[in-house]
Design a binder for this molecule. Structure first.
Ligand code: GLU
Length: 425
């Protein structure tokens, strides 16, 4: 049985919603999911589209389009990031929202799934323009977010500052400070220790678990990372500190390689100074497409969707692929990687460290009691290790790959909750 419809075109292959649906349907079939619950879970619960004006620095008024999609609130408040990017679209946000539902269920934290996005090019906007856009977008969706309703977080091109603006806008409307409306905030206004590097730390934990499972040593393990943003740079740093050799880093504007290992502390400092990894003299400039298919033990796509597709999957030489990004592998590519017996740790497990630490942040905000960093890291590692174990055992028991196992585990948990709660009518 195949995940993919053989007539699939390239456009369909790289449509994230199609990618999500192909895996959902395959896993639901394997689970023998009740047809009613199948219908409930195969579409988002709520899709909000807003068009809103922002005053630009030169006095012009510009219109922006934003989305917030809530896929499910069955297991708790909807949860998921907000991204700012020129190619944000409804199908992408839909897919990302449902991936959040599955991700929260895989790591068994009490949230549903959501995602938001604004179509914009943040690289061409001033800080003031970004702030005004963020605040107006927040006010447009304000009735639908809240600590018990839907809790946004950072994603592509958004950060602690963006979350501070959202928290402030929401709080001004409520008339009091509501820190738990968003996660990924700065530390002094209700952020959590360990949240910033949590996604990278989770990637490091599941890499370690994968090596243990496959009986491979960390020492000398060669790693290529695509993307050097929050996830890629933190995973690279933590993994280098553990003894991995980071032999390749690829970014949109070009890649770097060094067979003896790149000094990640130096590279992070270089990028902070220059705004790019290009020109770093501790490695050789290498095209990004080459790095993805280069000889290594672990490949970590840690940027955006559709990096491993039918066009390059058969050339991948890594033994293990760990998905730091959401949706980096298409459903067609999944099958090629499976034929090549590549061990894939799927996004809904591999990058779940971020939302797990977000859960800790939300709990701390609601308690008004803040944990030490060691506690956050320790709890995060325990949850990810246990979830990794759950997924590989599920995959062995049902004779499916890790991605389908993770979907099955997640769908089963969400479906069970809906059944217990019943359908309100
Ligand atoms: N944007 C991150 C993700 O895709 C974090 C979401 C969150 O913390 O709510 O998992």
């Amino acid at each position: 049985m195949s995940t993919v419809n053989p007539a699939v075109t390239l456009d369909q292959e790289i449509n994230p919603w199609e990618a999500q649906s192909a895996r959902f349907e395959f896993a639901a079939r394997k689970l023998n999911l009740d047809p009613g619950l199948w219908k409930v879970l195969s579409s988002p619960a709520r899709e909000i589209i807003v068009h809103f004006p922002v005053s630009m620095d030169d006095g012009r008024i510009e219109m922006f389009t934003g989305f917030r999609v809530q896929h499910s609130i069955a297991r708790g408040p909807a949860k998921g990031g907000i991204r700012f990017s020129p190619d944000v679209n409804l199908d992408e946000v839909r897919a990302l929202a449902s991936w959040m539902t599955w991700k929260c269920a895989v790591v068994n934290i009490p949230f549903g799934g959501a995602k938001g996005g604004v179509i914009c090019d943040p690289t061409t906007m001033s800080k003031g323009e970004l702030e005004r856009m963020t605040r107006r977008y927040t006010s447009e969706i304000i009735d639908f977010i809240g600590p018990e309703k839907d809790v946004p977080a950072p994603d592509v091109n958004t950060n602690e500052q963006t979350m501070a603006w959202i928290m402030d806008t929401y709080s001004m409307h409520m008339g009091h400070t509501v820190t738990s409306v968003v996660t990924g905030k700065p530390l002094n206004i209700g952020g959590s220790r360990g949240r910033l590097e949590a996604t990278g730390r989770g990637v490091e934990v599941v890499c370690g678990e994968s090596l243990r499972y496959l009986n491979m040593p960390i020492e000398g393990c060669r790693v290529v990372i695509q993307g050097f943003g929050n996830v890629g740079s933190n995973a690279a740093r933590l993994m280098m500190e553990q003894g991995y050799k980071i032999v390749g880093i690829s970014e949109k504007d070009g890649g770097l390689s060094n067979p003896n290992g790149i000094d990640i502390h130096q590279l992070i400092a270089y990028k902070q100074r220059n705004g790019t990894t290009l020109g770093f003299n501790g490695a050789e400039a290498t095209p990004s497409e080459e790095l993805i298919v280069s000889d290594c033990d672990i490949l970590i796509p840690a940027a955006t969707e559709n990096v491993i597709t039918s066009r390059n999957a058969d050339k991948i030489k890594a033994r293990i692929v760990v998905e730091g990004a959401n949706g980096p592998t298409t459903a067609v590519a999944d099958e090629i990687l499976a034929e090549k017996r590549i061990f894939v740790v799927p996004d809904i497990l591999a990058n779940a460290g971020g939302v797990t630490a977000s859960y800790f942040e939300w709990v701390q905000d609601r308690q008004g009691y803040f944990w030490k960093e060691a506690i956050v890291n320790d709890q995060l590692e325990t949850i990810l290790r246990d979830s990794f174990e759950d997924v590989v055992r599920y995959s062995e028991a049902h004779n499916v790959n890790n991605r389908i196992a993770a979907y099955m585990l997640a769908i089963d948990r969400v479906a069970f909750t809906i059944k217990q709660r019943g359908i309100y009518a």
